[in-house]
Design a protein around this ligand. Structure first.
Ligand code: DX5
Ligand code: ZN
Length: 226
């Protein structure tokens, strides 16, 4: 059985108060903190890097779910590991040639390897990574084009989630982009258990209620029907 992991995306937080925002999310029931690392090249936006992860790590024990939207993920493995990242999710679009070495390095740097795929990338591309000798431990299905928070959820990505869930019953499957109260049921029904949510959590009057609602939806969808 997979368990729900609700991961507020800190991209929507107040970066000037990151430690306090992280604590607020954990206190409200977040399981993970989703950290969007963008290099201004793989995506047209520039965010944070290892120095910020290192600073945040001094203030929290939370699982830092790092999503690397960068062209050269290999260049960041060592520094992210030292900084205290928990998960290191790279994009398959930029790791066709070296994913085996990348996954090995991520693990030996003490992080949990994950692979992400863009909306236009066929799901078959990640099968070898899940089935390899050193497998990834999570697949992140992008439900928006990566780069920015606050975009509209793409429901047609749920076919990928469903296919992965049927093939891999115990795999962590994460969805990222446009998740909130109106879209969570579709993602949970398809089989996603790790839920990234930025604007729907941080923009809510009561973020804790949204976190609970997301979790309940995943729990309901994954509990055996009688
Ligand atoms: C988009 C990022 C997401 C983003 C999600 O490139 O990967 O993590 O912060 O934000 P929302 O939930 O607002 O779509
Ligand atoms: Zn992300």
């Amino acid at each position: 059985m997979v368990s729900p992991k609700i991961a507020p995306s800190m991209l929507s937080s107040d970066f000037a108060n990151l430690a306090a925002e992280a604590k607020r999310m954990v206190d409200l029931g977040a399981n993970w903190l989703h950290m969007d690392i963008m290099d201004g090249h793989f995506v047209p936006n520039l965010t944070i890097g290892a120095p910020v992860i290192e600073s945040l790590r001094k203030h929290t024990d939370a699982y830092l779910d790092c999503h690397l939207m960068v062209t050269n993920p290999m260049d960041y493995v060592e520094q992210m590991g030292k900084a205290g990242a928990s998960g290191f999710t790279f994009h398959i679009e930029v790791a066709q040639e070296n994913w085996q070495e990348l996954v090995r390095k991520i693990k030996s740097a003490g992080m949990r390897p994950g692979v992400a795929l863009n909306p236009g990338t066929p799901v078959e591309q990640v099968y070898p990574l899940v089935e390899g000798a050193t497998p990834v431990e999570m697949v992140l299905v992008m439900t928006v084009e990566p780069g920015f928070g606050g975009q509209k959820f793409m429901p047609n990505m749920m076919d990928k989630v469903q296919t992965l869930r049927q093939k891999y019953p115990t795999l962590d499957i994460e969805v990222d982009g446009g998740l909130g109260p109106s879209t969570i049921d579709a993602a949970a029904a398809a089989g996603a258990n790790c839920i990234v949510a930025g604007s729907s959590v941080f923009g809510a009057p009561k973020p804790g209620d949204v976190i609970s609602l997301l979790r309940e939806s995943v729990e309901k969808a994954s509990s055996p029907t009688t």
